[in-house]
Design a protein around this ligand. Sequence first.
Ligand code: G4P
Length: 190
Amino acid sequence: MQLLEERIRKDGLAVNEHIIKVDSFVNHQVDPAFMQEMGKDIASHFSGRGVTKVATVESSGIAPALMVSLAMGLPLILLKKQPSKILNQDLYQTVVTSFTKETNYELTLSKKYISADDHVLLIDDFLANGETATAAIRLIRMSHATIAGLGVLIEKSFQPGREKLNAQGIEVYALARIAKLAENQIEFMP
Ligand code: G4P
């Protein structure tokens, strides 16, 4: 999406070769009108595929996922992060390891909200190592629902997320694909 690349060039900040900050319009301050345009683009890419629900992992995925679900006229499911295991028969649970944050947490989903009849579109702001998305897919598949794909705003293509997801048969649709980062330098995929 040309508009997102332009916005990243204007308002994004490449901190170093690993991290880009988009705090001014994606995940600290949010630009709702721009988020809605991005949501419409992802919704239109996945339209006609029989999606029944949109899902995301809290918290930065919520803004884009809400816009996608609004554009598709579908419910949004928030996969919740919990610090420790709470034994509960009404929940699906799986452990996620974040390499970036060096933490483990439990991702949870109520059995009430996704069932075997669902075809779920997963949305997030960033795709980096793909650990979060892999855990979300594992969790959703516990309900025997199927996965329509993963839509993200920004993919860091120099990290292995896309390959990891493609290897599990998951299509990845990214609005902007970053090939390389360096301090104050951002290169997109051609
Ligand atoms: P993964 O999400 O693809 O598995 O990669 P990783 O474990 O490396 O990412 C951990 C968290 O850091 C994720 O947020 C991810 O969105 C975020 N992240 C990864 N790379 C960048 C980056 O370059 N810039 C920014 N701003 N964030 C990045 P999270 O743990 O799910 O937290 P939340 O923000 O959704 O609460």
